[in-house]
Design a protein around this ligand. Structure first.
Ligand code: ADP
Ligand code: MG
Length: 353
């Protein structure tokens, strides 16, 4: 009874702990935090100096004494302390928001229940660690869910039925490829190739072609502006600034969208190949379902123009993009919290106290 009352005033929190971005969804408010998954700290003492947007702004601009880390860069928790600090920082930001609801005898801000979406590659030990970090950060209960599952739910798929749902979530550090049926992951074939590798491919391409040294942030900006999976009818251009590798001086280059297609093709090809391989490994009944429903694309990589068309042409199955693909996982974690039977089915570890 007390628990029911408690949950009435508590705010459920869904978190997408992505390799590139962390999103926090609060029930009744929507997505309240959307920041890069980044931490800046002293190299030696490990004292944390900045988290999220502030930390990302320091990337590539730090003095020797400071380092910026992406704690989940490759879809595994490479740096537990940084991950825990980041999670705590985001949960507290929500937790400390005044709720406007006060009743005698109830705490001012009840502790939230938290669902955290994590890359499906993380080990059991890492899962425990994330769960404990969420509890330490002030969660009343903490549940974990695999990101492709959350993405499918966020995109409105019914994951509880006995029907195949094929998800491709192209993030920053990882591409999660999973086949879901009956509320569980049947097959999971992610790869550590995604948006970051696309940025690196752009850097390499421009180095070879123009002797231009470009920073990661500029490469990402270029990708956002004129990136494309297949050549477009109308060529577009964007000017980037970097350093001329021969003279050492600053140099501007006007890059064409067709050049980006060339730079991105090898990376996108790796993703497409993995999708095809995963389809080949999938049980035939589920493939039949997927042919009917189509492949669901989510994550920031889904925003690359024509990537849906390219995948569809290669694997001969329709492909559709989740509405607002960058927030699908966060919205999925929130939906799970609203649905107790779904929560019981899809979570990967129970709610420790
Ligand atoms: P994660 O879940 O791993 O944190 P996200 O789903 O947030 O990753 O996606 C981040 C990736 O998506 C980054 O590599 C970013 O550059 C890329 N991205 C975001 N928007 C676009 C866009 N419009 N075009 C191409 N790539 C994009
Ligand atoms: Mg993601």
């Amino acid at each position: 009874m007390l628990d029911r009352l408690f949950s009435l005033f508590s705010h459920d929190v869904g978190i997408d702990l992505g390799t590139a971005n962390t999103l926090v969804h609060v029930r009744g408010k929507g997505i309240v935090i959307r920041e890069p998954s980044a931490v800046a700290r002293h190299r030696k003492s490990k004292e944390i100096l900045a988290i999220g947007t502030q930390a990302k702004r320091m990337e590539g601009r730090t003095p020797q004494t400071i380092e910026t880390v992406r704690p989940l860069k490759d879809g595994v928790i490479a740096d537990f302390d940084a991950t825990a600090a980041m999670l705590a920082y985001f949960v507290r930001q929500v937790h400390e928001t005044p709720q406007g609801v006060r009743m005698i005898g109830l705490p001012k801000v009840p502790k939230p229940r938290v669902v955290v979406g994590i890359p499906s590659d993380v080990t059991e030990v890492e899962r425990r660690a994330v769960q404990e970090a969420a509890l330490a950060a002030g969660a009343r209960q903490a549940f974990l869910i695999e990101e492709p599952m959350a993405a499918a739910i966020g995109a409105g798929m019914n994951v509880e039925e006995p029907g195949g749902v094929f998800v491709v979530d192209i993030g920053g550090g990882t591409t999660e490829i999973a086949v879901i049926s009956l509320g569980g992951i049947v097959l999971n074939r992610g790869l550590r190739v995604a948006g970051d590798e696309m940025d690196e491919a752009i850097i390499n391409y421009l180095r070879m072609r123009y002797s231009l040294l470009l920073g990661m942030a500029s490469a990402e900006e270029l990708k956002h502006q004129i990136g494309s999976a297949i050549p477009q009818k109308k060529e577009r251009h964007y000017v980037v600034r970097g350093r001329d590798l021969e003279t050492g001086l600053p140099k501007s280059v006007k890059v064409a969208s067709s050049e980006l297609v060339e730079a991105l093709t090898p990376i996108i090809h790796q993703i497409v190949t993995r999708v095809a391989d995963t389809l080949e490994e999938s049980p035939p009944e589920l493939v039949a379902d997927v042919m009917e429903r189509g492949i669901l694309l989510a994550g920031g990589g889904a925003l690359i123009p024509e990537i849906d068309k390219l995948i569809s042409e290669e694997v001969k199955i329709p492909v559709w993009i989740a509405e607002d693909p960058l927030t699908a996982v966060a919205r999925g974690t929130a939906k799970v919290l609203e649905n107790p039977s779904l929560l019981a089915k899809v979570r990967v570890t129970g709610g420790l106290r």
